[in-house]
Ligand binder design. Sequence first.
Ligand code: HEC
Length: 459
Amino acid sequence: MRRIVTLSGIRCRLWCWRLFWSLLSVSTPIICADAKPVSFQHEIVPLLQQFCWGCHRPGKEKGGIDLTSYGALVKGGKHGPGIQVGHPDQSRLVEEISGTDPSMPKEGEHLSAQEVSLIERWIREGAQDDTTAASRESRSAPIYRAAPIIPSIAYSPMGPWLAVAGRGEVLIFNATNFLLTARLVGEARRIESIRFSPDGRKLAISGGQPGQWGEIQIWDVAAGTQLHAYRSTFDSVYGVDWSPDQTRIAFGASDRTARVIEVETGREVLKFDQHTDWVFGTAFLRDGQRLVSGSRDKSLRLVDISTGKLLETINRESETIRCLVRHPLEDWVLIGTDVRPRLFKAEVKKEHSDPNDDSNQLREFEHFDGGVTALAFSPDGQWIASSGSPAGEVRVYDAVSTSRKATLREHQGMVFALAFSPDGSQVATAGFEGIVRVFDWAKERLVTNFIPVEISCSK
Ligand code: HEC
């Protein structure tokens, strides 16, 4: 009895499958017409990345067109807009990739007929930019199997917060009792640097998806909400800073540029391209009109933001620059090189006897084996904290006399993140180990240490 039932069940299933296949074979176009609109983020961007970004990206815009962001694609190149919304047949981009001998990609494999028609369909459907919607969908708090490497840490200058960068998120702690108060989860999986706005209410994050896109995020910390997220370049972005009036954000990029964008609109107001290697750090001067950028190419450049002009190369370009921070009260910039911390006046040199002179250097600090991995100024500018090798040693110096005042030795690995508390009495550290440590630095005493995330042990 049971067997018969089973048999008929099988038969029914077979029949269903046959019907399904026959329907599928005759009705393919109907299925397609019913399908969801083409997604720019999930379907078009991967094609552009594979076939076009090699020659059409920031810093290498063949034909004047950058195809790494929606805005740039629409804007187009030398011959005008890249697309006409709703009209694939009038869109330059489609014209370049269609026909029997398409002119784009200029070299290498061409797009298949299906890929071309996907792009046409996206334009016909209104060329929607679903980048943000798609990112909202994919956003969920990360789950950790191990303590994450912590690239950056910051105290709010006013509020009660200590921000700690994790993997794809920034964790906000109460700076007094070190309880977790919020998790700011954005789309970028990699975070490179974080910085509070001068009023201490907002947090800027730089990071991205390595090899794909860079992102600047702006958060309202008390509300725990993301105010803006802007894409730039084709790789993670570094060394974020706020203009003193909080209207602009600067950052550095692996495409050898230092950039400035407007906080409210994301509009780019500076793209400085006179570095020859990755730009790791940026700092606005007090007037908000000039920017300092430091690069792996060893140069520390002073740039006029409104004209984009290079005003001065501040240093002697002898050591690779890994990080930088401005003095809180002066137009002085502290750099961490592969040798030591050095402090410079960020101004045009008095005499130009030798373009490679070091007349703007104010002080140099002790040597670090293997170089400097993180730097911080105390809020009054009196002290600097610096770390490097021997693995994870953190030292605090008198910023004027350059003498060492404290050595903090608890760490078992490189320290990538340092910050002074608003009153300057404590230093928070973090890095390779994934442990946040807070020190009463003058006493060389550990106040607390904690892993900032919950580690899940289940598979
Ligand atoms: C190997 C380099 C290379 C690749 C890859 C490439 N292009 Fe180009 N592209 C160029 C060059 C060079 C030009 C300048 C015009 C010319 O010489 O034909 C250009 C021009 C264009 C223009 C015209 C811009 C204007 O306003 O004049 C468009 C649109 C374009 N490319 C789209 C694409 C698309 C879409 C892809 C990917 C499917 C792509 N390109 C891949 C090299 C390339």
